[in-house]
Design a protein around this ligand. Structure first.
Ligand code: GDP
Length: 192
């Protein structure tokens, strides 16, 4: 279990640091039921139950990564309605993307590839950070997509890859830290 999710007090701090003060918009993409909301809520420190009802679908939080603060706003709005406008907007507005599939659902894995292609089309000239996420790694017996398949897909699509389990809070912290590192890498190379 990631200590980060259950004991959020150590990593949540108020804004005001000058180290990495901009706010990064991170968009969750993926088929229905793959675990987008579950991952976003773990990030936001929202427990299931009463809080969850009021949580809405954007989660902002500052986390410390490699000793520096970073502020992320995570948007879980991809499935909010079927409007083409919203989905187009999602493809345009993100500073970074998390494309989620379920390792128990081959169709969601294929959909993840489509989303990657759609994103590439929408942001042709830009090198935006993308992490491909195989969620539900705890469901060992119903797995339909192997780790190797996930990793190979990420190589083809030139993005990072991680398997997570929102149910066990496994690798969720690494996922969001990974996003921050990817954003910083690109920012640093631009500044050079
Ligand atoms: P979304 O539609 O992509 O936002 O998916 P949700 O976060 O609503 O999750 C869909 C269902 O899958 C819910 O019943 C979750 O409890 C369950 N779920 C999400 N992540 C995991 C996981 O890592 N492991 C298991 N076993 N179930 C999960």
């Amino acid at each position: 279990r990631d200590s980060w999710a259950s004991d959020s007090s150590d990593s949540v701090i108020s804004s005001g640091s000058d180290s990495d003060s901009s706010l990064y918009k991170v968009i969750l993409l993926g088929e229905h039921g793959v675990g987008k909301t579950s991952l976003a809520r773990i990030f936001g420190g929202v427990e299931d139950g009463a809080d969850a009802e009021e949580a809405g679908n954007t989660y902002d939080r500052s986390i410390i990564v490699d000793g520096e603060e970073a502020s992320l706003v995570v948007f879980d709005i991809w499935e909010q309605d079927d409007s083409q406008w919203l989905q187009n907007h999602c493809m345009k507005m993100g500073d970074a993307y998390i494309i989620v599939y379920s390792v128990t659902d081959k169709v969601s894995f294929e959909k993840a590839s489509e989303l990657r292609i759609q994103l590439r089309r929408a942001r042709q000239t830009e090198d935006i950070p993308i992490i491909l996420v195989g969620n539900k790694s705890d469901l060992v017996r119903s797995r339909e997509v192997s780790v190797d398949e996930g990793r190979a897909c990420a190589v083809v699509f030139d993005c990072k890859f991680i398997e997570t389990s929102a149910a066990l809070h496994h690798n969720v912290k690494d996922l969001f830290e990974g996003i921050v590192r990817q954003i910083r890498l690109r920012k640093d190379s631009k500044e050079d």
